[in-house]
Write a protein that binds this ligand. Structure first.
Ligand SMILES: Nc1ncnc2c1ncn2[C@@H]1O[C@H](COP(=O)(O)OP(=O)(O)OP(=O)(O)O)[C@@H](O)[C@H]1O
Ligand SMILES: [Mg+2]
Length: 291
């Protein structure tokens, strides 16, 4: 079923890998972001989806927006959202988005760990020697990426490059606000036994006031790595609440560089992996929000 069919009065503006964006003449200056149950890994949308994922991640975004003391894009009045998709939708102010993915890392993991092993730095930021996969960094680092147009891969960039893209003042505000939010969110998560290892924010300018505004989804298990602090302290760095379960399974069962036709499309996720992932998403929300 396509959402478009279920949303009379709304026009599909854009379909991302995971979310669909709609506009309506009844809601000028606003965009309806509908999160699906689709899951992507290594830039592929996988089959099947994770039941309930769209709703869980939307619930989590909303909860974080309420914890954070920064202006966000949620519309003041969200009446008029179609009932059928309300639980997995956010009505947002349409912002003038900055083409920067504001990545903050508090721990060494994923692509950061790969890069560190080659260069002892991550995105040009020098780090101490002797760090291991999953280690906490001396302090959180800001490693922006350029948000590539649809279909292209995002590209890590230096802070200086963000200055060229958005100007010195905005570039500094993006960095400082991202680091502030990360620090606050990490403290909240830690008090609930959860480690926020890294995350990505997106911001835009309010078209009326020009105010820097937090947009997109925020601190979800699609945009962040969350780990279980109790398990982490035993030295096991694999107990994550994000789609690492999916990534790990895919890595073990799929070789995208193989020269067969299978290489272009990843294999279907087994039911067991789907269920484990859904359970982890639910557990993360329960642990964070207490609900
Ligand atoms: N308040 C907002 N106003 C305008 N655009 C927004 C707002 N919040 C988020 N966006 C944009 O909406 C889009 C959300 O789509 P989505 O995240 O599903 O796909 P994507 O990031 O373009 O691609 P991918 O499939 O790789 O995630 C992003 O392009 C994001 O920058
Ligand atoms: Mg996105």
């Amino acid at each position: 079923m396509t959402d478009a069919a279920a949303l009379p009065g709304w026009t599909l503006l854009y379909s991302g890998k995971v979310r669909d964006l709609y506009t309506s003449p009844e809601h000028p200056g606003e965009v309806l972001m509908v999160a699906s149950d689709r899951v992507s890994a290594f830039d592929h949308v996988l089959e099947p989806g994770i039941p309930g994922k769209g709703e869980l991640l939307t619930t989590l975004s909303r909860w974080w927006f309420a914890q954070l003391e920064v202006p966000n894009h949620l519309a003041d009045d969200s009446t008029g959202i179609p009932e059928a998709i309300a639980a997995r939708s956010m009505l947002a102010k349409t912002l003038d988005m900055y083409p920067v993915e504001c990545v903050v890392r508090g721990y060494l993991s994923g692509s950061g760990w790969l890069e560190y092993q080659q260069t002892q730095s991550v995105c040009g930021i020098a780090l101490p020697a002797g760090l291991a996969d999953g280690d906490r960094l001396p302090e959180p680092i800001y490693t922006p990426a350029w948000k590539a147009p649809m279909g292209e891969h995002d590209e890590n960039i230096t802070f200086e490059r963000t200055v060229e893209l958005v100007g010195a003042e905005v570039a500094s505000a993006l960095r400082d606000t991202s680091l502030d939010i990360f620090t606050r969110a990490s403290a909240i998560a830690e008090s609930r036994g959860i480690i926020l290892a890294d995350t990505k924010f997106e911001f835009g300018a309010d078209p009326v006031t020009g105010e820097l505004t937090l947009a997109d989804e925020v601190l979800t298990s699609d945009s962040s790595r969350f780990w279980d602090a109790a398990v982490y302290s035993t030295g096991d760095r694999t107990a994550s609440f994000d789609k690492q379960i999916v990534r790990n399974w895919l890595k073990a069962h799929w070789d995208p560089s193989a020269s067969s036709a299978d290489a272009t499309q990843p294999p279907a996720l087994p039911q067991e992996i789907v269920e484990q992932t859904a359970a982890r998403y639910r557990e993360l929300i329960e642990r964070l929000t207490g609900k």
